[in-house]
Design a protein around this ligand. Structure first.
Ligand code: SF4
Ligand code: SF4
Length: 399
């Protein structure tokens, strides 16, 4: 039976603009592109699921095709759901480990110095490459010691003392890897007289969606919607997030891919650059000193999909002494866990090449992006330690 609420493929006018914008189709003949893998084949797949094209696995879910489509066809969503609906998934240890960010994060943050040392050893990389098929060239983000949520919960009384507050969806990266980004956010918002609170949360589900584990992705989504929703029942505050992919998952994919009612949470969710820019426009700006640097900005695909990139660029331009150059390089090619899979590594590296050329041409003092996995890809391929816009603001504020 055809679900008549989900037939956006029928709006395709066959212009092929999406294929021109697809970073994967541009670098490999193994993937025919969004038009063919999405709307063209979907109308056949719903009649005959055996028509599943195995090349669907090459789609990174970057959603650039959806940005380009003039007919609002939900191309990437169609491709992701096709992977789930029409593929018999076999257990894969690598995909399990890459997608269980809460499990890995909870364990690894207990002994992070040891884990960080072990994952940097050539012998570990050889093992990961040959047994798990995680490319040996790939660098893993370092784990922090302990969890960010414990640090913030210890400060709950002091944060509650602010008249205005936000609920922070920190995501796995801040919780397990980059505590400093969360602390920078607290510093910036506190300087603007806004307290930062948190509640229990699970991974937003992006890596689970990518590995095709729709059951676990849905469980996490239901947990997050319940937890954030219950917290906000008696509290009048927005939810903010610093991760572009977490924001897209909660506000878009929970509804369109996992078919959950996310309205009670999505309506109050704001990506941090959007929230801050509105505050800045009202004159609520933290004191900053000129940095006198050139910054190259990489816009993450998922932020582009939500139409929020202009907010981050405007925000960066408000930092004194920052000359903002746009990399305009489209996708970085890592797409979450995609670039951590050996079969995708070469494609991922081919996609990032134009971005690296632009970095060389600009030769900035710093690179900035709002997405943690874009940061990993850029850091691995350059001499830079890519910063989040919030960290740059915190730096301009000084000690
Ligand atoms: S989501 Fe990205 S990789 Fe997948 S078809 Fe669209 S543009 Fe191509
Ligand atoms: S851009 Fe949209 S309308 Fe054009 S071919 Fe792709 S899916 Fe169809």
């Amino acid at each position: 039976m055809i679900n008549l609420e989900n037939i956006s493929f029928d709006h395709c006018i066959k212009c092929t603009v999406c294929t021109v914008y697809c970073p994967v189709a541009r670098v490999t003949h193994l993937y025919p592109g969004p038009k063919q893998s999405g709307p063209d084949t979907e109308r056949l797949r719903i009649k005959n699921p055996t028509l599943l094209d195995k090349s669907l696995k090459y789609c990174t879910n970057c959603k650039r095709c959806e940005i380009a489509c003039p007919s609002d066809v939900k191309i990437a969503d169609i491709i992701q759901s096709a992977k789930w609906k029409y593929t018999t998934k076999k257990f894969n240890l690598r995909d399990f480990l890459l997608s269980r960010t809460d499990l890995m994060g909870s364990m690894n943050t207990l002994m992070s110095p040891l884990v960080n040392f072990a994952t940097s050893l050539p012998i570990t990389k050889m093992f990961l490459d040959s047994i798990l098929k995680i490319p040996g060239q790939r660098e893993f983000p370092a784990y922090g010691l302990g969890q960010f949520i414990s640090w913030l919960k210890r400060r709950e009384d002091e944060q509650r003392a602010f008249t205005r507050k936000v609920l922070y969806y920190h995501g796995c990266y801040v919780n397990y890897n980059n505590h400093q980004l969360g602390k920078d956010l607290v510093k910036v918002l506190n300087a603007m007289d806004i307290g930062v609170l948190c509640t229990d949360e699970k991974c937003c589900g992006v890596p689970l969606i990518a590995s095709g584990d729709v059951v676990k992705a849905t469980k996490n989504a239901v947990y997050n919607l319940d937890s954030l929703g219950s917290f906000l029942k008696n509290e009048d505050m927005p939810i903010v997030a610093t991760s572009s992919s977490c924001t897209l998952a909660i506000t878009h994919e929970y509804k369109h891919l996992l078919e959950l009612d996310n309205s009670h949470v999505a309506d109050r969710f704001e990506f941090i650059s959007m929230f801050l820019l509105k505050e800045f426009a009202k004159g609520n700006i933290p004191k900053m000193k000129p940095l006198n640097i050139t910054v190259a900005y990489h816009a993450p695909c998922h932020l582009e999909r939500m139409g929020i990139v202009a907010y981050t660029i405007s925000l960066l331009k408000k930092i004194p002494g920052v000359d903002v150059k746009l990399l305009n390089a489209e996708c970085c090619g890592i797409s979450g866990t995609y670039g951590f899979k050996k079969e995708n590594y070469e494609i991922s590296q081919k996609i990032v090449k134009p971005l690296l050329d632009k970095v060389k041409a600009i030769n900035p003092d710093e690179i900035v992006t709002d997405c943690e996995t874009c940061k990993w890809q850029i850091d691995m391929n350059t001499k830079y330690d890519t910063l989040h816009p919030i960290t740059l603001i915190a730096r301009a504020m000084g000690d």
